[in-house]
Design a protein. Structure first.
Length: 696
């Protein structure tokens, strides 16, 4: 299914639906008030989609909760007003405010799993949202069915009586949206509604929000850190930093000519699908966001800004109009620059990766090779004679990683990426095929093979905090890894200090515990611990997906720098195709346990041969207003279960060029396509490879 939907025409802006003025929210502590939101102002007009962007800790979610009066103690709104239709929500008695939540303004949370009651049927939860506002149960039940159908839940009469755990992540998010719409609110606030979703499911949710706006005339405020989502969905944008609004305007104004250095830096730090900066450092923002408990005295962005002047460090700048009508920025320097600041000059950053020692060319023998690997995640004995049929989460997969090169592995959640990577290091049992590490077969995964794997292959996890022992200092964690190499005494101390320097941290950090570090710093510690074994290959399982854009760029630059210096081979697993494009030399696309396309990264992204690859690329948000008119391939449904894969081509149940679109293509139902060379010289598992071309 293709789509070229753009935001609907903006309604006449007579009066704002919601007006936030001078909002200040503090969290009380023994040391005083921590200003989480400091003098934030913006308007949302009927039918508009406002994007609120910024890094973690910028105050986005606290702003949303302040509007809804859903702050948890010790949080408290201490100043400002939130006017909805002329009525200040902050001054209403709590009983009156409860009547307006859901009926006037509704909130969609980031994690639908935690937002839904696990022991209540989804239909009952939608009904409950209406009955508390006085709707009868029978009418509420009928309305619940209509809402589930409206948000795209299939087989509503059956699914309405299912529990949340019986739904996929994307379907749960649709249910949460249905609950939010139950009482016909005029404004929907969505807090990171697509962050935890695959790009294909994200595209479905974004299209749903756009359709709700067009059909129902509902206004939407979407909180996100993804500038691509804002560019494609929103009409206006507010950029927050350090609890303050630093820039606001229409999406066209802010994206085409940003006025604040922070906005420009965020846009520059994002990897892109058409990235031509492969092999060069991303222009990452140095440092980290400010601590709300100890903000800088002047502009909150001054410690990280390359345009900082003396005045910036003395007092925070006011948000003043700059540029076109309605555009404003809080920057002393930008407000004086008649023609706008020049953001094209090189950004202060880590040394470019091209200045290090050149990486070794790919070796004739791969440092890691997988041949026809199969991993059974379903076979468990039941009694003496019964055995469940196999469930192959990884089914006949072959790939290789070379020294100094990166193989990117992409695909939706549940396609088998992490199962494959965990099998390589011995966490999951191998059911068939072989794994070669430095040319030696380690498939048996006995003690001798595991020793070889641990010496040559290291695993970097998505959540660095969960992978670090919270009761051990960083020194102790590194010492444990160094001990496996037989390093002790003074040499161990020197090696630990050297590792910290290598990943951009200071030696004095060694005696701190993991909780004392930011997410980006913890990921650097994870990299240091992996390097302590002197591996030849790193398996990087979503290593930057939980990080803000600016910190993500820093970690990407560090990974490129280390690969350049040490000649490491990377197996890089991610669902963010832009990051994979920037880092990878070769790309493998995985679907339901199989590799469906494999080839040079630039060629795969420029001319995908498999329709699934084309769908992934077209579903990925692009941080450019001009990309709104590009073709989007919105895949229907979810990934099938590996316990019951479709006959023939596994992708045929969602394929935009298969039997769903062209019923006469029975070959897709009857014959399983193999990964073979196409006319382009790449490998793809499709009977009609290269047929689905992407439009620019």
């Amino acid at each position: 299914m293709t789509s070229t939907e753009s935001p609907a025409p903006v309604m006449a802006k007579d009066a704002p639906l919601l007006r936030v003025e001078g909002l200040r929210t503090e969290f009380r502590s023994k040391k005083g008030g921590i200003k989480a939101v400091n003098d934030v102002s913006f308007d949302i007009y009927p039918g508009d989609v406002l994007g609120i962007v910024g890094e973690s800790g910028s105050g986005k979610s606290v702003t949303a909760r302040s509007i809804m009066r859903m702050l948890r103690p010790p949080g408290e709104v201490v100043a400002g007003s939130v006017r909805f239709g002329g009525e200040d929500l902050l001054t209403l008695p709590e009983r009156e405010m409860r009547r307006r939540r859901g009926s006037k303004v509704a909130l969609v949370f980031q994690d639908p799993q935690s937002a839904l009651n696990p022991v209540m049927k989804v239909g009952d939860q939608i009904v409950e949202a209406m009955t508390v506002h006085g709707v009868g149960k029978q009418a509420a039940r009928e309305r619940a069915s209509d809402l589930l159908e409206q948000v795209g839940i299939p087989d509503v009469q059956t699914k309405i009586d299912h529990y949340p755990h019986q739904f996929s992540g994307g379907m749960r998010q649709r249910v949460v949206i249905a609950i939010a719409l139950a009482n016909d609110p005029a404004l929907l606030i969505a807090d990171e509604p697509t962050t935890a979703l695959d790009v294909t499911i994200q595209a479905q949710i974004l299209r749903l929000l756009a359709r709700l706006r067009t059909e129902l005339g509902i206004a939407i405020a979407i909180i996100t850190h993804d500038m691509g989502v804002v560019a494609e969905l929103c009409t206006d944008v507010v950029v927050m930093y350090g609890g303050r609004t630093v820039e606001k305007g229409t999406v066209e104004q802010v994206f085409e000519q940003p006025r604040h250095p922070y906005t420009a830096a965020l846009l520059a730090a994002m990897p892109r699908l058409d990235d031509d900066r492969t092999g060069r450092s991303l222009p990452a923002i140095p440092g980290a966001p400010p601590d709300p408990a100890a903000p800088p005295p002047g502009c909150p962005f001054a410690p990280r800004c390359r345009f900082t002047e003396e005045a910036c460090e003395q007092e925070p700048p006011a948000l003043l109009q700059i540029g076109g009508a309605g555009q404003a920025a809080a920057c002393f320097v930008a407000q004086r620059a008649a023609g706008g600041l020049d953001f094209s000059a090189p950004v202060r950053d880590e040394p470019a990766t091209t200045t290090g020692t050149p990486a070794a060319p790919p070796a004739a023998e791969a440092v890691l090779e997988v041949r026809d690997l199969r991993v059974d995640v379903g076979s468990r004995r039941r009694g003496l004679f019964h055995r469940e049929p196999p469930v192959y989460a990884v089914d006949s997969v072959s790939l290789s990683v070379h020294a100094g090169r990166t193989l990117g592995l992409v695909g939706e959640s549940g396609c088998g990426k992490s199962t494959l990577s965990r099998s390589i290091v011995g966490i999951n049992r191998v059911a068939g095929g072989s794994i070669l590490v430095d040319g030696a077969d380690v498939s048996a995964m006995g003690e001798q093979e595991l020793t070889r794997v641990r010496s040559s292959v290291q695993y970097l996890f998505q959540d660095p905090y969960a992978s670090l022992n919270p009761r051990r200092t960083i020194r102790q964690s590194l010492a444990e890894a160094l001990a496996f190499r037989g390093i002790g005494g003074r040499a161990r101390e020197e090696a630990a200090r050297s590792l910290m320097t290598q990943v951009g941290l200071r030696a004095e950090h060694l005696d701190r515990y993991p909780h004392a570090f930011s997410g980006g710093q913890r990921q650097r510690i994870g990299i240091a611990r992996a390097l302590a074994r002197q591996p030849r290959t790193l398996i990087l399982d979503e290593p930057v997906s939980a990080l803000d854009m600016s910190i993500q760029a820093q970690i990407i630059n560090l990974l490129e720098k280390l690969q350049n210096e040490l000649g490491l081979g990377y197996l890089f697993i991610a669902h963010d195709l832009s990051v994979v494009r920037h880092l990878s030399d070769t790309v493998a696309v995985m679907y339901l346990g199989r590799i469906v396309e494999y080839g040079d990264a630039a060629e795969v992204y420029g001319n995908p041969q498999h329709p699934y690859t084309a769908a992934l690329l077209s579903s990925s948000p692009v941080p450019s207003v001009s990309a709104r008119s590009r073709e989007r391939i919105i895949l229907p449904g979810d990934l099938p279960s590996p316990a019951n894969p479709p006959t023939g081509c596994r992708f045929r149940t969602r394929c935009p060029i298969g039997p769903l679109a062209q019923p006469d293509r029975t070959i897709c139902t009857e014959v399983d396509p193999q990964l073979t060379l196409t006319a382009t010289g790449r490998r793809a598992a499709c009977h009609f490879a290269g047929e689905l071309a992407l439009q620019a």
